[in-house]
Ligand binder design. Sequence first.
Ligand SMILES: Nc1ncnc2c1ncn2[C@@H]1O[C@H](COP(=O)(O)OP(=O)(O)O)[C@@H](O)[C@H]1O
Ligand SMILES: [Mg+2]
Length: 286
Amino acid sequence: MTQMSMSDFGHDRLPRDHELLRASALTMRFGGLTAVDAVDFTIPAGRVVSLIGPNGAGKTTFFNMLTGLYHPTEGELTFMGKDTFGRPPHKIAQLGMSRTFQNIRLFKEMTCVDNVLVGMHTKLQGGMLSTLLRLPSQRREEREGIELARELMRFVGIHSRHAELAGNLPYGDQRRLEIARALASRPSVVLLDEPAAGMNPMETAALEGLMHRIRDELGCTVLLIEHEMKLVMSVSERVTVLNFGKKIAEGTPDEVRNDPAVVEAYLGSSDGAVVADKYGDEVATA
Ligand SMILES: Nc1ncnc2c1ncn2[C@@H]1O[C@H](COP(=O)(O)OP(=O)(O)O)[C@@H](O)[C@H]1O
Ligand SMILES: [Mg+2]
């Protein structure tokens, strides 16, 4: 790879709805606790799909298995046609998966643009020798990298902040910076763990548009974990619901929101009040 620009961001993409990832009976146990219990799940290419469920349902644990942070206890996992069960995170990242974290993980003492450059490291070709010699090819790569980093910051809507330290950004902007960094490796799929957490309603509304642009303009599939039901229901093409580690429902937003098991899971949890509040009419009539 020599050229990095947004215009060729979408090359090497699977056709829409081809299976990007498949988890079969994926299970994670921590001692006596089964955090994820035999979950079957697929990600269709070119879509925005969501994983929801009450606090502690196993959503983040599921992400951690997909990305290799956790070694699953049991089950099967394939990504891009490769067996990725138990593979380390950097190997899975190289196949085209990247993520953000529920608790933001930025280098707060580094500038925003440098944070995005860090996300590019799986793709930069320059090795040790060319770094020492500062070969022209490597300088060009650096230049192109900075250019792409700035384009990505513009893409997520925080371009004016590129020279600021990441730690000085307001919370919502840090979330968007983390998304820019996740996109920097030009992944086939990006996993977003509660990106709207800490965002105000305006920022949350903008996030909906951003997810559609990630899909449509970058050709990148999106898997979203989200608490903000209004966002999930408006942005997702398919929703999967976990409760106590088990998949209890899956379907279009309309199918899922009218599913009695889902309504019960939410109303019976500590999140019930939140859901009923934002979502009361649909839940009440389901
Ligand atoms: N590293 C871990 N060690 C032990 N228990 C964990 C670990 N990670 C998650 N859990 C437990 O697994 C369950 C699911 O957690 P999590 O996946 O974070 O849920 P969610 O993201 O849906 O809120 C919780 O009971 C949590 O305490
Ligand atoms: Mg979580």
